[in-house]
Design a protein around this ligand. Sequence first.
Ligand code: F6P
Length: 551
Amino acid sequence: MKNVNPTETQAWRALERHAKEAEGWRLKELFKADDQRFRKFSIEWEGWLVDFSKNLVTERTLGLLEELFEVCGWREAIDAQFGGELINRTEKRAVFHTALRNHWGERPSVTGGRDVRGDVRAVLEKMRSFSDKVRSDDWKGYSGKAITDVVNIGIGGSDLGPLMVTEALKAYGHPRLRFHFVSNVDGAHIWETLKKVDAETTIFIVASKTFTTQETMANAHTARRWFFDQGGKPEDVARHFMAVSTNGEKVREFGIDVENMFEFWDWVGGRFSVWSAIGLPVMIRVGYERFMEFLYGAWLVDEHLLKAPFRQNIPAMMAAIGIWYVNFLGAETEAILPYDQYLSRFPAYFQQGNMESNGKSVDRNGKLVKYKTGPIVWGEPGTNGQHAFFQILHQGTRLVPCDFLAGIKPVAPYKDHHEKLLANFFAQTEALMIGKSREEVVEELKASGASAEDIEFLAPFKVFEGNKPTTSILYPQLTPQTLGSLIAMYEHKIFLQGVVWNIYSYDQWGVELGKQLANRILPELEEGKIRLQHDGSTTGLIEFYLKAREK
Ligand code: F6P
């Protein structure tokens, strides 16, 4: 992979100059000036439409961004990733989640001199055999009853992926099985979940790449204790506890038979692991065939990434336009707004995907960067967001580029709802761009019979500046395949942005310090005595807590 400081490239400097010109752009004027703008700035792919035309970009912007991507070696980086090279250098690992979905075509999946397609296939078969048994009632609990509930215990990537996808695909799900996700170390999470399930008919999937994560281990131990309290015996654990991990030794130590372990590999990053055995709850919910469709959707995007030229390459365009906003137009955040209730956890999923990957301030040379890297990512489904935070999008003081996502066909049977939903989607992107001028507001107020005094007072509050950029992503319908594609698009966007920012997107050292300090403080809370040197505030907090809890 190239190692280029992007700010030292000519393309970057040209983009900085170009950004000055952009200050005067009005999106609606750009449309007036070019009646082909929609066609030129949107991509149709596999029945999808990705419309970038409501973004503050021109042909020149995209040309310069392409130059930037070229000089930063986006193609070489993709080849390195797909070639199984150890591109996660700080952890000396390959980044090979794409191998988990490489089941079609001729492309090999070689890393460390080994084609891992066979290993991946073997785990998929094991998942298939297990999930088929659970789905068809062949897998019985210790008292001989069929399974009714699946509890996934994991956190971060070992939670958000299966949680988001099982939720998104629930319409395709098994009619009887119920799914629960326990992540938080707050005992309320496991307690409230255990209240809902029956030990005789519940399986627990302990999902942890490392099998050392404090939250997951605490929840797994509590679940096992509860299982024994409910009448389960040690010899019954094998029927009720599964593990998904890369760490066989720790799984054995916990007391789960390796027979019940679904393996994955260190070349799968936590936040990219839903394609691996971490997706086991997904396979149990939707079945093997649909899980394969999910992988296939992602594979299609992998092929698209590898083959499509820059301007037709959806992840590359998403990445490039994102960089334009962050580094040249000053955006601090970006919003993901699915007009699809099934995608309610999609923004949270890519909050981790994006912010854990590109929330970095040191480049690949170990030097502090002097430019902005990953933005803050947030969002909620529409139309709910409209009645909550859209005010700031329309009339706030910040630039917030938004992605609007929706299925062309609904999954739910109510067509009239879908038309209302999409009317809101289109209206919002239009309103954000067009805004409402003072003249229009005055006309409206006059028509409503407002007095001249009221018009003068009210007009400024009712003006919408407009010119707010959005990207619209329309997919045929939310299915396992389209969901796989959608996730892969965002994954590759994140990767390509990291390439240009010259950072390592696949480690997450930033979460370590908090974990270390929590491990130091925990014995103090357990003992009820402060033994270590802390800062004044932390000492004060702990002291207050220790005293107050005794009252
Ligand atoms: O919080 C950091 C992190 O390592 C995430 O990247 C990961 O998804 C999560 O913790 C869970 O880790 P594990 O799967 O090892 O329990």
